[in-house]
Design a protein around this ligand. Structure first.
Ligand code: SF4
Ligand code: SF4
Length: 498
C-alpha cells in the first residue's frame, strides 16, 4: 500500500511543467494568499520584529565614532561589525565570499530554504510588513479578489490609494535605510535636510531605489523568490533527500479524500424504523466511513501559500519555507481529530523510510571544507595589519650616482590607514643603515595619514657605494607616526654590477 502511494506520488510530476503564477498564455496569475495564522506564523512575526529592529538600528550604531556596519562601495570603505576594511583587504573579502558560499551550500543541504522563510529581508518585508498592511486595508484573500473585480467605486479608490501611498512611503524608508548602509546615516540625513541641488546624485538614487522597492513589494512579490533570486534557483542542485524542508507527509496523507458521512449505524436503524428496507439496504452497502489518508483535500495549504503552489506535490523550487501551509494544515488536523504535522519540517527520506541521516558524506565533506576556510579566515584576520605600508622602486629606474661615493634609488610609497584614527607626522627611517639617508620628494610639512584613507608619495634613498656588497641589497624601512612605529617594509636597493 505505502509503495503504491509513493509511486502515484512520485509519478505525478506534471506540475513541474508550469509555474503556479503563470497561465498557459504566459500571463501572470496574481496570487491572493489567505491570511495565515498559527503557531509558526506567530513565531515568525516575533522573529521578524527582532530582525527588523536590528536592521533599522545597525546604521545608527557607532564604535569609536565609526559605523558598526557600512558597505561604501563607492569609496571602497567597509565597516563590518565595527572592523574597518579597505580595498587592500580584498583577499579577505574574496575568502569571506567563498566561505559564505560554502555556508549557504551546507546550510541548504541540511536545512533547505529555512533562511528564505525566517530571515530573508524580501520575505520579512513582503509577508510581515506589506502583506499585513494589505490584509488590514483590503481584507483577506476573498475580499481582495472581490475588490479587484469590482468597478472603481469611491471605496475601491480610497482603499487602493491608501494602500499604495503607504506602500510607497515604506519603500522610501527602506530605500533610505539601504542608502544608510552604503553612504552612512549622516550623508542620508544631509540628502533629506539640505537642498536637492546640493545632493542631486544622492536624491536621484533615493528615488530610484524607492521606486525599485515599491515595484518589488507592490507588484513583483513572489516573482522575486521564484524567478529572480539566484539562491532560489540553486535549490534544484542543492537539495538532497536528507534536506529538512517544509514537507507534506505523503505516506500519512495519501490517498487524500473528503470526509464523507457514510453508513452511520443510525441511518440504517432509522431506515429500518421507518420500514424503508430499500433505503436500509442501500445505506448498509455504502462505503463505510473511512478516510484512507489523513489529508482531507481541503486545499487550505494551497490557499495560504504566497507562491501559489501545492506542497502536496512535493518539494518545489517555488517553496520559500514560509510555514503558512504547516499552520493551515495543523488547524485542519486539529479539527478532524488527527495528529498535527501532516505538513511539517521533515526530509524526504524521513517520510519515505522513516529515518533521517543528518551527517551524510556530503555534509561531512562540506563541513570539513568550511572548517578549513573559517580557520584560514580567522588566521588572516588575526594577523591583518591595521596600517599597510608599501614602498616599491619606481619602475624603469635602476640607480643614480649622486657623487663618486653615493648611490640613489627612487621609490613610490603608500600608507593605507585602516583604523578609525588619524596618524600625524609620518616619517620614514632606514633600519641598520647609519650612513644611509631618506628624502621625501615634494613633501612639505606634516604628512597625515587620515582614517580609512591612503596617503602616497615618492621618496629617494641614498646609500654609500661602499655599503653595497653586491648589485642588489635588501633594506628595511620603518614608518613612524611621530615616534610610534606603524609598520616596516623590506625592499631592494640597486647598485652597479660588481
Ligand atoms: S491543509 Fe492538510 S488536509 Fe488540507 S489539503 Fe492541505 S494537506 Fe490536506
Ligand atoms: S508551500 Fe508552504 S512553506 Fe512553501 S511557500 Fe507555500 S505555504 Fe510557504
Amino acid at each position: 500500500m505505502t509503495d503504491n502511494i509513493e509511486k502515484i506520488y512520485e509519478d505525478s510530476e506534471a506540475f513541474r511543467d508550469s509555474l503556479a503564477t503563470v497561465d498557459k498564455k504566459g500571463k501572470r496569475i496574481w496570487i491572493y494568499p489567505k491570511k495565515p495564522k498559527g503557531w509558526y506564523y506567530s513565531l515568525r512575526t516575533y522573529v521578524s520584529w527582532v530582525l527588523l529592529a536590528v536592521l533599522f538600528a545597525m546604521p545608527f550604531i557607532k564604535i569609536n565614532g565609526e559605523p558598526f556596519m557600512l558597505f561604501n562601495v563607492l569609496e571602497g570603505k567597509f565597516n563590518i561589525f565595527g572592523v574597518i576594511f579597505t580595498p587592500q583587504d580584498l583577499h579577505l573579502f574574496a575568502l569571506a565570499m567563498v566561505t559564505l558560499m560554502v555556508i549557504i551550500v551546507l546550510f541548504t543541504v541540511v536545512f533547505g530554504r529555512l533562511f528564505c522563510g525566517w530571515v530573508c529581508p524580501q520575505t520579512i518585508f513582503m509577508e510581515m510588513v506589506f502583506r499585513k498592511i494589505e490584509y488590514f486595508i483590503e481584507g483577506d484573500a476573498n475580499q481582495q479578489r472581490k475588490l479587484d473585480k469590482m468597478p472603481w467605486t469611491k471605496d475601491k479608490i480610497f482603499k487602493k490609494t491608501a494602500k499604495h501611498a503607504i506602500f510607497f512611503a515604506i519603500a522610501v524608508i527602506i530605500s533610505n535605510l539601504f542608502l544608510a548602509y552604503v553612504i552612512g546615516v549622516e550623508e542620508v540625513g544631509k540628502i533629506i535636510q539640505e537642498p536637492v541641488s546640493m545632493h542631486l546624485g544622492g536624491f536621484i538614487s533615493m528615488l530610484v531605489f524607492s521606486g525599485l522597492f515599491y515595484g518589488v513589494f507592490a507588484f513583483m512579490r513572489e516573482q522575486v523568490c521564484t524567478t529572480i533570486c539566484p539562491y532560489g534557483r540553486l535549490q534544484g542542485v542543492l537539495l538532497v533527500p536528507n534536506s529538512i524542508v517544509v514537507h507534506y507527509d505523503f505516506v500519512r496523507g495519501e490517498p487524500r479524500g473528503k470526509i464523507r458521512k457514510a453508513n452511520p449505524l443510525s441511518s440504517i436503524q432509522s431506515a429500518v424504523a421507518t420500514g424503508d428496507l430499500a433505503l436500509a439496504g442501500s445505506a448498509a452497502t455504502e462505503t463505510p466511513l473511512k478516510i484512507q489518508g489523513d489529508c482531507i483535500d481541503c486545499r487550505l495549504c494551497v490557499h495560504v501559500c504566497p507562491t501559489g503552489i501545492d506542497i502536496r506535490n512535493g518539494t518545489q523550487l517555488e517553496c520559500v519555507n514560509c510555514t503558512a501551509c504547516m499552520d493551515a494544515c495543523d488547524e485542519v488536523m486539529e479539527k478532524v481529530n488527527r495528529p498535527k504535522g501532516l505538513i511539517r519540517y521533515a526530509s524526504y527520506n524521513s517520510i519515505k523510510h522513516g529515518k533521517h541521516k543528518l551527517f551524510d558524506t556530503r555534509v561531512k565533506a562540506y563541513t570539513a571544507v568550511l572548517i578549513a576556510l573559517v580557520s584560514l579566515q580567522i588566521f588572516l584576520f588575526a594577523t591583518r595589519a591595521q596600517v599597510d605600508v608599501f614602498v616599491v622602486r619606481v619602475p624603469g629606474q635602476l640607480y643614480q650616482k649622486v657623487d663618486d661615493n653615493t648611490l640613489r634609488n627612487i621609490y613610490s610609497w603608500q600608507v593605507v590607514n585602516k583604523t578609525g584614527q588619524n596618524f600625524e607626522g609620518i616619517t620614514f627611517k632606514l633600519k641598520d643603515e647609519p650612513s644611509g639617508r631618506i628624502e621625501l620628494v615634494g613633501a612639505q610639512g606634516n604628512i597625515v595619514s587620515t582614517s580609512q584613507n591612503m596617503v602616497k608619495g615618492v621618496l629617494m634613498i641614498d646609500l654609500p657605494k661602499d655599503d653595497m656588497p653586491a648589485t642588489k641589497k635588501k633594506i628595511v624601512i620603518e614608518v613612524y607616526s611621530n615616534d610610534k612605529l606603524l609598520d616596516k617594509v623590506t625592499t631592494n636597493f640597486l647598485g652597479p654590477i660588481k
